[in-house]
Design a protein around this ligand. Structure first.
Ligand code: ADP
Length: 507
């Protein structure tokens, strides 16, 4: 997922003691069950127990729905809202963790989108074709072009849709591999996940869509003719089936499963992961078990700027607004705004395979997330470049010379020796900061093969009736390198799409 960190498991809140709540309204608007505690839940957002039923058979009479959605990350939440608004209200979301939002909670870059009203208002010229081409190029021509085109063509509508839901992403920035400002962030420039998840959860709550939490889907139910008819779940000590006319898998990735990493990318098994502990690849296993094709599963993205003691991902926006990477000798070594795979590889080639991300106070202030890194004790602060050099143990003369040369490039028009062209902003005098970073596992780019209707496909290209997938659990959108800001676009565009497609198929 996009720029995601699972910072600490203490972020989760206990689910078992929470009151069972959430009104279940059938597609005919028929009141089935309602519990009075809903007023207590509105403000919790991500990892809040919103609209939840905390299991243990509390809803044994409602184990059949029109749509069951597995996973309450951005893709699952978006699909629930769009399906509901398209006319199917008998929906149940399942979440196995004690809180909603998955890795989407930790998305920090923003949402890439083209030809948006916010770009136009800010005089930014962009096109869906350029966005698609840069996405496709970024993935080295290995993505599914049809999915890429679909995502980019529908990105502006998704921005409008979110805006209509009260999630306004009008602060524009750049991410590596994109040539125009198309990464849409909340107005105050804060991490997008902290706005997106609570905003979507509030919309789910407003529609009284049921979230069963913590309830884990363990397998798909399949009829004799191959149609998916529901899911098997574990709900506390109980196991039961939930029937559905359609199942949407929105289970996210696998970055927290050593077993899955060992299966698909044994070379990465010792890497730290930015993923939340529930990202264990359940959706891949469930789908493959009933004949779905998994594609490009070896394409696991590592992200170049992960603080290693806490697995905190340092947002790409920090580099985008001017930070540089220096090695332990105090020297720059690569275009910091290149694609994630290349920057990671360059870091691994440095002494002890790490880098210092160095920035000034302008960058600190432009990125709200830096304050949270600082509060976690991840930021080294110097009163000057020389002072910072002492704090981070690099040669002061070399670091000063690195900064001076970099500053000269930003104003002289002379080409950067490392070919950096984006976020080339001179360092100001004054306080200087450094964060020690190295690559970490971040995003599964492969996954369940889908088409633009989000139907899960078999290897022969036929669709598995009743099974849909959206978000990180799907493959083909990013190819073998995902561009920062494209995961939130993926989960929103395809989450919205799958809800509408499924609702259309049931009407
Ligand atoms: P995406 O970005 O694709 O929406 P996220 O990682 O944000 O993916 O969200 C996926 C969600 O699915 C997570 O909250 C995760 O805990 C949940 N999940 C994963 N596997 C299961 C499962 N077997 N049953 C229920 N929820 C699951």
């Amino acid at each position: 997922m996009e720029e995601k960190n699972w910072n600490t498991t203490s972020d989760t809140r206990e689910g078992d003691g929470a009151p069972a709540m959430g009104r279940l309204v059938s597609r005919r608007g028929f009141f089935i069950a309602g519990l009075a505690a809903a007023g207590a839940i509105g403000a919790l957002g991500g990892f809040g127990l919103v609209g939840c039923s905390s299991g243990s058979g509390t809803e044994s009479s409602t184990r059949s729905y029109d749509i069951v959605i597995v996973g309450t990350g951005g893709a699952g939440l978006s699909s629930a809202i769009s399906a509901y608004d398209a006319g199917v209200t008998d929906i149940c979301l399942l979440e196995k963790m004690n809180g909603n939002g998955g890795n989407t909670n930790f998305s920090s870059s923003g949402m890439n989108a083209s030809e948006t009203k916010f770009q136009k208002a800010q005089g930014i010229t962009d096109s869906n074709e350029l966005f698609a081409q840069e996405t496709y190029d970024g993935g080295y021509d290995t993505a599914n072009r049809e999915l890429v085109d679909y995502m980019c063509d529908h990105s502006a509508a998704a921005i409008d849709w979110l805006d209509g839901l009260g999630i306004t992403l009008d602060n524009l920035s750049m991410t590596g591999g994109m040539s125009v400002k198309r990464c849409h962030r909340p107005t105050d420039g804060s991490a997008v996940g902290l706005t997106l998840v609570p905003g979507l959860v509030a919309q789910v709550e407003a529609r009284n869509i049921s979230i069963k939490i913590p309830v884990r889907a363990t397998a798909l139910l399949v009829a004799d003719d191959g149609t998916v008819t529901g899911v098997k779940v574990e709900d506390g000590d109980e196991e039961y089936d939930i029937n559905a006319k359609a199942v949407i898998l929105a289970t996210g990735g696998l970055g927290s499963s050593k077993e899955m990493i060992a299966k698909y990318r044994p070379d990465l098994v010792d890497y730290i992961s930015t993923n939340q502990p529930g990202a264990t690849g359940d959706g891949y296993v469930m789908a493959e078990d009933i004949g779905a094709e998994l594609i490009q599963m070896d394409q696991i993205q590592i992200h170049p700027t992960v603080e290693q003691t806490t697995a905190t991902l340092i947002a790409e926006g920090v580099r985008g607004s001017g930070a540089i990477l220096v090695n332990s000798e105090g020297k720059r070594f690569f275009d910091e705004m290149s694609t994630r795979d290349k920057v990671s590889a360059a870091e691994l080639a440095q002494t002890d395979a790490f880098a210092w991300e160095v920035f000034d106070e302008q960058v600190y202030k432009a990125n709200k997330a830096v304050t949270s890194y600082d509060n976690k004790g991840l930021v080294q602060t110097g009163s000057s470049t020389v002072d910072l050099a002492g704090k981070i143990g690099v040669d002061a003369v070399t670091l000063q010379s690195t900064i001076d040369s970099y500053n000269a490039i930003t104003t002289s028009g002379v080409a950067d020796a490392f070919s950096r062209t984006q976020g080339l902003i001179a360092f100001a005098d004054g306080k200087m900061y450094g964060i020690k970073v190295a690559p970490g596992i971040h995003h599964e780019m492969g996954g369940i093969r889908i088409d633009t209707t989000n139907e899960a496909l078999r290897a022969d290209g036929t669709a598995i009736s009743g099974l849909y997938a959206a978000g990180e659990v799907t493959g083909g959108i990013h190819g073998n390198n995902r561009i920062g800001g494209n995961a939130v676009c993926d989960i929103t565009v395809f989450g919205k799409n799958v809800g509408e497609v499924v609702a259309g198929s049931l009407s």
